[in-house]
Design a binder for this molecule. Sequence first.
Ligand code: PA5
Length: 460
Amino acid sequence: MQIDFKNMISPVEGADRITWAEVEALKKRGEAIDADLRARRGRGDLPFHDLPYQDVTSVLKYAEEARGRFENFVVAGIGGSALGNIALQTALRHPHHNLLPEAQRGGPRMFFPDNIDPDMVGGLFDVLDPKETLFNVITKSGSTAETMSTFLLVRQALIDAVGDRWREHVVVTTDPAKGDLRQIATEEGLTAFDIPEGVGGRFSVLTPVGLLSAAVSGIDIQVLLSGAAAMDARLKASALDRNPAYVCAALMYLADAHKGRRIVVMMPYVQALRDVADWFRQLWAESLGKRLSLAGEVVHVGQTPVKALGATDQHSQMQLYVEGPHDKVVVFLAVERYDRTLIFPAAYGEKASLGYFSGRTMNELIQAERVATALALTQRQRPNMTITLPEVSPQTVGQLLYLLEVQTLYAGGLYGVDPLDQPGVEAGKVATYALMGRKGYEQQRVEILREIASDARYLL
Ligand code: PA5
């Protein structure tokens, strides 16, 4: 994997882009953060670092059986309990997996209904038969409203279809000890996988949260983990100013805090990495968007992550990125090799809009469009950088996800916030429980109902 950040850096002080002197000036702080992260890892306080080295025998065994038994696999989860799964699926499966004939698919059709829209969730049962379906209910807390309510519907649909055998159609992934879902799993005798203690939702893609669905769909999870381990080794061995996780975090932090680049756009020119950008959006937003610093001061920090897709969004967003406010950094994701090469046939050679394609490839076209877009941004003083993978494979995706997770930890240090908590999300969860009448939230309900009551002056 190669990271090219030339277009982030300006040789001229005071320019729109960061100078290398600014990166250097941050080094002392960077070293303190690095030492702190290494010490916490040494004490076992950052267990997500251990994930590349875990034993996945039980996940593989269960997945192998499920692949043979079920026509469909559905993940019920939300946020960090869904986005990593979806990113892995989009990156590493056939782009039209569910439409392939069964023999070519080699495993179940995969569904990820990570919302509670009644039409979408209800509509799922129009296209799959519960008798042929395995449902993976994923929630770290074991109590998230969206997931637990979907579980109720799934369970009922299964009872209606297969009676007492519904338990064979549900596998849960949750906290090893805490939460209602863990308790239900124990009482009902459901198969359950653990999300290790101390690994939060958005850092859990390499736990059974992401690994089970990946293995069921045929992704080689051992190679995925070996990719993460390779990145771990690279990060551990690098001097700070050559450490890709730290350097990327420092560039983003400086672009935001020093240059007013409040938005980071992740823009893959690889359809398969589209949902890695979506996963990163949550990772960066929930980890860094904080009201309080570690010292308890009100800081309201965080760079807003946006996902875009090349070349598609050149025809939707690029006008804004090139000429709109100077408030963005663009991070391109690229690959050296796509799985396929599509050669344009020679035809209409005399037509200006077609003749030049003859004998060239779609691969060359998308690469040219990415390079041209980076150039257009750079010419307008818009900072941008490019992360290039040799190809999209379990090995390289494992490296990329792990890199972005560690980058987020360094960024948390630079912003001076805790990247592992999410008090704002919790507040929304509490308000939902209160509105839905959950026991223990009576007082909040009274206050919330008062607060949200309509005011005739502001109704049209
Ligand atoms: O990253 C996080 O912690 C959150 O986004 C959670 O993943 C999300 O809120 C879902 O929580 P849970 O897995 O407890 O259902």
